[in-house]
Design a protein around this ligand. Structure first.
Ligand SMILES: C[S@@+](CC[C@H](N)C(=O)[O-])C[C@H]1O[C@@H](n2cnc3c(N)ncnc32)[C@H](O)[C@@H]1O
Length: 216
């Protein structure tokens, strides 16, 4: 684990739980962190990507809640969490009895945050920082929490998820109706009212659903 990044995360977050997930402690920003409000140029000069890992996004919270309440969905499975951020749904999968959990995120700060949060919750998981999208794998279950917010990423992600689904993997998506969530080929499993911060979202409460990808 990078000690510089771990020190940055510890200095800029507080260990806390969300109302929907009292079982899970996470290093989270209390208020929108100063680096969230920097301009792109300021952040790039400081070498800091946007700190998505410092928040428990509505889609990820819904997915994590669903896994903790439906352990049979994940128990004994090899699980990949794509765009894991803080690692909240990966932690929920490990708590729910997954055989193995891999948390993937392209942001090195997210990788360090996931490792710190996994340790905090006393669960084991692997992490990977490479861009896992488009790569083959033998996962039983691939999870996506709140990743359909940007068009090129969403297009790549959907095509890859559909090919994994055709290959037999289960795909679960937690999402509060972001703009690029696929409109077809998903079955809604559950919806949760997720308290959020108006510093990040346009309201203090968002409905987020858990979706299962269907075969074509
Ligand atoms: C909105 S956050 C969601 C985090 C977490 N799943 C949640 O729901 O709280 C999106 C995350 O996806 C990551 N990400 C973006 N593109 C990615 C890619 N190609 N592969 C893996 N992670 C990616 C970002 O670094 C960020 O941590």
């Amino acid at each position: 684990m990078s000690t510089d990044r771990a020190a940055f995360i510890a200095a800029n977050t507080v260990v806390q739980s969300t109302a929907l997930l009292p079982e899970i402690g996470l290093h989270l920003a209390s208020e929108a962190m100063p680096i969230w409000q920097m301009t792109d140029e300021e952040r790039e000069a400081a070498g800091l990507p946007l700190p998505y890992w410092a928040f428990a996004w509505a889609g990820g919270q819904a997915l994590a809640r669903y896994l903790l309440d439906h352990r049979e969905v994940v128990a004994g499975k090899r699980v990949l969490d794509v765009g894991a951020g803080s690692g909240l749904e990966a932690i929920a999968a490990a708590m729910a009895g997954a055989e193995s959990v891999t948390a993937a995120d392209t942001d090195p700060f997210a990788i360090t945050a996931i490792e710190m949060n996994a340790r905090l919750n006393q669960v084991a998981m692997a992490t990977r920082q490479d861009d896992v999208i488009d790569q083959p794998g033998d996962w039983h279950l691939v999870m996506v929490g709140d990743l359909f917010f940007e068009h090129p990423l969403a297009q790549r992600l959907e095509a890859w998820l559909r090919s994994l689904r055709q290959g037999g993997a289960e795909i679960l998506i937690g999402d509060p109706q972001r703009t690029y969530l696929p409109r077809q080929g998903l079955e809604k499993l559950a919806t949760y009212a997720v308290p959020t911060t108006s510093a990040l979202e346009d309201s203090d409460l968002r409905n987020a659903s858990v979706w299962r990808m269907l075969n074509d």
